[in-house]
Write a protein that binds this ligand. Structure first.
Ligand SMILES: Cc1ncc(COP(=O)(O)O)c(C=O)c1O
Length: 425
């Protein structure tokens, strides 16, 4: 039976409308309702769905829209901040591992899926953080879900920054632990939560992103460490967007605050700055050993392809010596931020290569996103469920290889549209 979309559906189109199966619906009817809404032509911010990138990750990119049109864009939407996805040594490392081990591992890591290349990667990550060991998961999302749900259970309490990544919250749900949330970077509120935890509840974990993925700011780890000591909590930092980028030698948010040794679980993603795929946890030996047996997204998931691990070994050789171009990236990021502020944009408080451009109005956001692409600038669109709707924004990510000319050009186009839509004067 064809699906009827109600007036209400069209008037108030929200992501949440399609989460639940309604009364008298099958589980698939919501997919039909969503399809009807997407086909109605009403802007939902999903207009780029079906777009493809036509080249490697690089500043001057080509994209093909769903309608078949092709255009050149300045790429400001990639998390491969250091351009390591295309670094010649990294690609060579990946090629060699591909030749030696083929393109898939065919087994989970605890069976036959792990090679010396994977072992080398885990050793390099542990050395990078100065921990006893590390474990590499085949996906970053899976790393968070697996780590949190393995270490925490129904007797425990997890305290989260409200802006933590979705994968952390999903891990919390799966763990069955009691979950508390403090407003973004609000240390007073965090202390209020900690001070109210009953004494007998001793399984306590504070989790925070290191660099926040949507705001680009850094968690106040110095204060978090103090509070964790005062209230006997363990700390997990997901530094997906900080690894290789922030801190005086690129070791991330914990290095930025000089608290590397105080973090119990150094979690990070191999998909952003490192430019590959996967996630990791660097920690004490017995914690890593426990995760190998109890993190279900590791135990029950096929190992990372050796080619990716081979590329990542070359990445960590560069990161170990801080020679991946972090300084150049940050100089260019600072330049971009300065230009955007000069134009009058609100860019929040970014301290990393993630630069939000606050729009605060979804209709404007959807239109600007669409027009920016068509005019040759690719940026990411961010609204619910990644952030609250009233905090919707464009999310710009810098890459080391972007030229100053490209940054100037992108800012001009963003500013022209910003003026057209009244975002800036
Ligand atoms: C903070 C944070 N953690 C975890 C993830 C998940 O990583 P991956 O994309 O490698 O699965 C992301 C990616 O968006 C992230 O931003």
């Amino acid at each position: 039976m064809p699906i009827q979309i109600s007036e209400a559906d069209l008037k108030d189109i929200k992501f949440e409308n399609f989460i639940n199966t309604l009364e008298n619906e099958t589980i698939f009817d919501k997919t039909k309702r969503l399809d009807a809404v997407l086909k109605s032509g009403i802007k939902t911010g999903n207009e780029a769905l079906g777009m493809v990138t036509m080249n490697k990750v690089q500043p001057d990119s080509k994209i093909r829209e769903k309608d078949g049109s092709i255009h050149d864009v300045i790429m400001l939407g990639s998390n491969s901040y250091l351009n390591l996805s295309t670094h010649p040594k990294v690609m060579q490392g990946a090629r060699e591992a591909l030749e030696k081990f083929g393109y898939g591992m065919g087994a989970v890591s605890n069976y036959a899926g792990i090679t010396d290349i994977h072992k080398e990667l885990e050793a390099r990550i542990a050395k990078f953080y100065g921990t006893e060991d590390s474990i590499v998961f085949p996906s970053g999302y899976g790393a968070n879900v697996g780590i949190v749900s393995a270490l925490c259970g129904s007797n425990d309490i997890i305290i989260n920054d409200a802006a933590n990544h979705a994968s952390i919250f999903d891990g919390c749900i799966l763990s069955g632990a009691e979950v508390k949330i403090y407003p973004h970077r609000d240390m007073k509120y965090l202390e209020r939560i900690l001070s109210r935890i009953p004494d007998e509840k001793t399984g306590r974990l504070i989790i925070t992103d290191g660099v926040f993925s949507m705001d680009g700011d850094i968690a106040p780890l110095d204060e978090i460490v103090k509070l964790a000591k005062k209230y006997n909590c363990a700390i997990m930092v997901d530094d997906a967007h900080g690894v290789g980028i922030v801190g005086k030698t690129g070791r991330g948010a914990a290095e930025h605050y000089n608290v590397m040794d105080e973090i119990d679980l150094h979690v990070g993603m191999l998909s952003k700055g490192p430019g590959g795929l996967g996630g990791y946890c660097a920690a004490k030996k017995e914690i890593v050993q426990y995760l190998r047996l109890y993190a279900r997204s590791y135990f029950f998931s096929t190992a990372l392809p050796a080619s990716v691990a081979g590329g990542l070994n070359e990445v960590f050789k560069l990161l170990e010596t801080d020679s991946a171009g972090r300084e150049e990236l940050m100089n260019k990021t600072d330049y971009l931020k300065k230009k955007l502020v000069e134009k009058g944009f609100d860019i929040g408080h970014s301290q990393s290569a993630v630069v939000p451009v606050m729009i605060y109005n979804e209709t404007t956001l959807f239109e600007m996103y669409e027009k920016l692409r068509r005019r040759g600038v690719y940026v990411n669109i961010v609204t619910y469920p990644a952030v609250r709707r009233k905090e919707c924004r464009l999310r710009l990510c810098t890459m080391k290889d972007l030229s100053y000319d490209q940054l100037d050009k992108a800012v001009e186009i963003i500013a022209e549209l910003g003026k057209e839509y009244g975002v800036i004067k």
